[in-house]
Design a binder for this molecule. Structure first.
Ligand code: FAD
Length: 446
């Protein structure tokens, strides 16, 4: 929408930095900009911060360590969240990640926002980007008060789907190169009444392949899945397990009708799974459904093309960049696009694996004063398989919020921010950008 057209709508707020989407990337973008003194607002459609980690019911955040060595390669806000989960007594941490109670995470992220003076506007949906001379100057939002405009000097798109950059007309790609299809979507669910020590003894093979095969052979389960993608458990809620198992393929998550169909199907799968657990898994005979979350989990949608496109060769080749803002180290995790289980294009790295993430993948082409962070950044389908996990999303968000505030302070566009100054600021915030930082962060560790 043009600035002139936007003047026909009421102005809800005027801020320095507007962050659209309050998921892992948006939280970090908002916190870092606010901590640097920028008047910052996060707009979020749901009633909490955390995205997939809370509204999506997914109590597990990864990955903090270099593959196989246990050395921590991510710092800053991502590390702070992990420490505060443990301190708050609602989760546990190992070198790989954190497992936590979803409700505790909601409370923690709001406490961090309050401490930073970060503004939050829940129950509000982003609809359009306001542009002036090719630069983002705000967003059109919709809530119970109707359609309004938030005017902003800098905008960060943390919607996961790249809604803000898409509405600004930025180029983007979707899905695998052959046909644009994306990874399946998953509705998480939480069960109670679990005897975890007994389950632990039984689950020698974590994937429980035989259980699914038997359940399907005996007509107790449709063939929607064949591997456990995650069982998230924390000793702070010993009889509960968060289950990452449902799988719905061929979904375009930017279409409400597709999301509706997928959610209804996945909820059936979740209840079917609980029945299979009760029948076939020792320790789960008395388990029951506690909840399905507010939203279905989306692994892949629009990737907004930026000044650089991170490729699978960069990831697998552990490429280093002069404009590095953080590290990633997750395997190339591609769920089967056409059926159950994992896709053949997934790739497992060896010991010592990590790669740098460059600032330029946050800078969308064709628009000024806008950055992206999180799942919608500029990368290829296979690179996204690694970069999409929450720890790098948080680190990218921290870089985007910091860069937005710096660019305002120095009177330059988000694209032209002095990368050396950005890197210095990120390091002051405890971020890890290079081998020297890793060594320092791991000093004194066993
Ligand atoms: C089933 C599943 C399992 C996963 N497992 C793991 C795991 O074990 N470990 C791990 O670290 N990562 C995991 N991931 C990956 C990770 O959760 C996501 O890639 C990550 O959350 C992306 O962060 P984000 O902030 O970019 O987006 P999201 O977490 O999707 O957050 C986006 C936020 O923007 C809001 N939003 C979107 N559009 C609008 C709009 N138009 N208006 C207002 N608000 C809007 C959403 O409500 C949401 O809060 C998993 C993902 C899925 C789907």
């Amino acid at each position: 929408m043009t600035l002139d057209d936007s003047r026909k709508l009421p102005t809800a707020r005027e801020v320095d930095v507007l962050v659209v989407g309050g998921g892992p990337a948006g939280v970090a973008a908002g916190l870092s900009a606010a901590r640097m003194g920028a008047d910052t607002l996060v707009v979020e459609q749901f009633n909490c911060l955390g995205g997939v980690a809370t509204a999506g019911g997914h109590g597990h955040i990864s990955k903090y360590d270099e593959e196989g060595t246990g050395r921590r390669i991510v710092g800053g806000i991502a590390d702070e969240i992990a420490s505060r989960v443990v301190l708050g007594g609602f989760g546990v941490r190992n070198s790989h990640g954190i497992m936590f109670e979803v409700e505790g995470m909601k409370l923690l992220l709001e406490a961090m926002a309050e401490e930073a003076g970060l503004g939050l506007l829940y129950h509000t949906f982003f609809c359009d980007t306001v542009l002036e001379n090719g630069a983002a100057v705000g967003a059109v939002i919709q809530n119970k008060e109707g359609r309004q405009v938030i005017r902003a000097k800098r905008v960060v798109d943390c919607t996961g789907d790249g809604d803000v950059a898409f509405r600004a007309g930025c180029p983007y790609e979707v899905g695998r190169p052959s046909d644009g299809r994306c990874q399946p979507v998953t509705l998480m669910f939480t069960i109670g009444g679990v005897d975890w020590p007994t389950v632990e003894k039984f689950r020698v093979d974590y994937q429980l392949k035989e259980v699914w095969e038997r359940a399907q052979r005996e007509g107790n389960m449709r063939p929607f899945q064949k591997t456990i993608m995650g069982w998230w458990w924390t000793p702070t809620r010993p009889d509960q397990v968060g289950v990452n198992f449902t799988h719905v393929t061929h979904v375009d998550s930017t279409k409400a009708a597709d999301l509706t169909r997928a959610t209804i199907e996945a909820r059936k799968q979740a209840y079917e799974t609980v029945e299979v657990y009760r029948k076939y898994v020792p320790g789960m005979e008395n388990c029951y459904m506690i909840s399905t979350p507010n939203t279905i989990g989306i692994r892949e949608s629009r990737r907004i093309m930026g000044d650089y496109v991170l490729t699978e060769d960069d990831v697998k080749g552990q490429r280093e960049f002069t404009d590095a803002i953080c590290y990633g180290s997750f395997f190339v995790d591609i769920h089967c696009i056409d059926g159950p289980g994992m896709d053949a294009t997934s790739w497992r790295p060896s010991r010592g694996f990590k790669y740098q993430i460059p600032y330029r993948i946050l800078v969308p082409r064709g628009v000024e004063n806008m950055l992206t962070a999180g799942r919608c950044v500029s990368c290829t389908h296979l690179a996204l398989g690694s970069i999409r996990v929450m720890v790098p999303c948080i680190a990218m968000g921290e870089a985007a919020g910091t860069a937005s505030a710096l660019s305002l302070r120095n009177g330059v566009s988000s694209r032209s921010v002095d990368v050396t100054a950005l890197q210095a600021q990120l390091r002051r915030q405890g971020a890890i950008l290079s081998e020297d930082d890793i060594v320092k962060a791991n000093q004194g560790q066993p």
